[in-house]
Design a protein around this ligand. Structure first.
Ligand SMILES: NCC(=O)CCC(=O)O
Length: 332
C-alpha cells in the first residue's frame, strides 16, 4: 500500500494529532485485557508464596494460591493463564518421569484453576527441563540432546496435561516433529478440542535468565540450548518452523522472546495470517522493572508502550508477567 500524501500545505499530518479526539479517531492499534496470557509460577507447599528476586513483583505460589490468582485474573478479564512449575533437584531424574505424573505440580494447578476459575483458559508448558537432571528440554545421550525419544516423552507429558483439563498445550522444547506427534495423540485419546500453541520460533536467547531463577533451573542447566533453540541471527528459519508446526496441527504460534524479535512477529503474521503470539520474556520484564524502580523510566507508561508494540507488529496476544498490572490499569 502506497500512502497518498499531497504536497504541503494540502497535507499537514499534524492535523490528525491535534487533540485527544482526533488521535483516538486515527489510532490503529489498541491493547485490551483480551490480549493477555499471564505466565505464573507454581511451587510445592500450602498457602504460601515467595518472591522471585530478579523479577520484581513476580512470585511463586503454592497451588491453592495459584487458584486464587486465577480467579483474580478471570475477574480482570484476562483470558488465559500459563503454568510453570518450580522444581528442586529432588523432582529431577534421568527419565524425567515426573513430567507426565498426573499429580505433578502443573497438573494439580490445572485442576485447581479449573475448579476456582472455570472461565479462564489454562495453558501449559511442554518440555522436559523442569524434571531433567541436567536442565535440558530433551533427553541427553552422550552429550547430545536426542530428538525422537524426547518427543515420545513430550507426548506423554501433553496427554497428562490434557487429562487434567488443560485448554492450550504449549510445547516449548523445540524438538522436531513434536507438534504432529502430540496432535495425533490428542486425537487418538479423545482430546480433539485441546489447542496447541506452538513455541515455534523460540530463540536461544540470553533474555531468559530471570525465568531460570524463577523455576529453579539456573543451577541445573549444563551447557547451552543452541542445538535446539534458534540462532538469534536467523529470520527465514522462523518462517519454516512456523509453517512446519502449522502443517503438523498447531492452532496458534509463538515468537519468543518478544521485543527484540518484533520483526519476526510481523513476518509471521504477514506470511501466514494465523493466531500469532509473542512472549515478553523474563529478561524484558526485568529490564523494564529495574529501570522503573530506579526512576529512570515511567513504569506504567513503558509497560503499556512495550505491549502495544506487539499489537503493532501483528500479534493477537502477548504472554507477559505484566498481565494483572496492565489489566488493572486498563480497567480504571
Ligand atoms: N518455556 C518458557 C520460558 O522459557 C520462559 C522464558 C522467560 O520468561 O524468560
Amino acid at each position: 500500500m502506497k500512502p497518498t500524501v499531497a504536497p504541503f500545505p494540502a497535507t499537514r499530518l499534524r492535523r490528525m494529532r491535534k487533540s485527544p479526539a482526533m488521535r483516538a479517531l486515527a489510532r490503529q492499534n489498541t491493547l485490551t485485557s483480551d490480549d493477555l496470557i499471564w505466565p505464573i509460577f507454581v511451587m510445592d507447599g500450602k498457602d504460601d508464596e515467595t518472591p522471585v528476586a530478579s523479577m520484581p513483583g513476580v512470585v511463586r505460589r503454592t497451588v491453592d494460591r495459584v487458584a486464587i490468582a486465577a480467579k483474580e485474573a478471570q475477574d480482570l478479564g484476562i483470558p488465559a493463564i500459563c503454568i510453570f512449575p518450580y522444581t528442586g533437584m529432588d523432582a529431577r531424574t534421568e527419565d524425567c518421569a515426573m513430567a507426565w505424573d498426573p499429580d505433578n505440580l502443573t497438573n494439580q494447578a490445572i485442576r485447581a484453576i479449573k475448579d476456582a476459575a472455570p472461565d479462564i483458559a489454562v495453558m501449559t508448558d511442554i518440555a522436559l527441563d523442569p524434571y531433567n537432571i541436567n536442565g535440558h528440554d530433551g533427553y541427553v545421550e552422550n552429550g547430545e540432546i536426542v530428538n525422537d525419544r524426547t518427543v515420545e516423552a513430550l507426548v506423554k507429558m501433553g496427554l497428562a496435561q490434557a487429562e487434567a483439563g488443560a485448554d492450550i498445550l504449549g510445547p516449548s522444547d523445540m524438538m522436531d516433529g513434536r507438534i504432529g506427534a502430540i496432535r495425533a495423540a490428542l486425537e487418538a485419546e479423545g482430546h480433539q478440542n485441546v489447542c496447541i500453541l506452538s513455541y515455534a520460533a523460540k530463540y536461544a536467547s540470553s533474555f531468559y535468565g530471570p525465568f531460570r531463577d524463577a523455576v529453579g533451573a539456573s543451577s541445573a542447566l549444563t551447557g547451552d540450548k543452541n542445538t535446539y533453540q534458534m540462532d538469534p541471527a536467523n529470520s527465514d528459519e522462523a518462517l519454516r518452523l512456523i509453517e512446519r508446526d502449522l502443517m503438523e496441527g498447531a492452532d496458534m504460534v509463538m515468537v519468543k522472546p518478544g521485543m527484540p524479535y518484533l520483526d519476526i512477529c510481523r513476518r509471521v503474521k504477514d506470511s501466514f495470517g494465523v493466531p500469532t503470539y509473542a512472549y515478553q520474556v523474563s529478561g524484558e520484564y526485568a529490564m523494564l522493572q529495574a529501570a522503573s524502580q530506579n526512576g529512570w523510566l515511567d513504569g506504567e507508561k513503558v509497560m503499556l508502550e512495550s505491549l502495544l508494540s506487539f499489537k503493532r507488529a501483528g500479534c493477537d496476544g502477548i504472554l507477559t508477567y505484566f498481565a494483572p498490572a496492565v489489566a488493572r490499569l486498563l480497567q480504571d
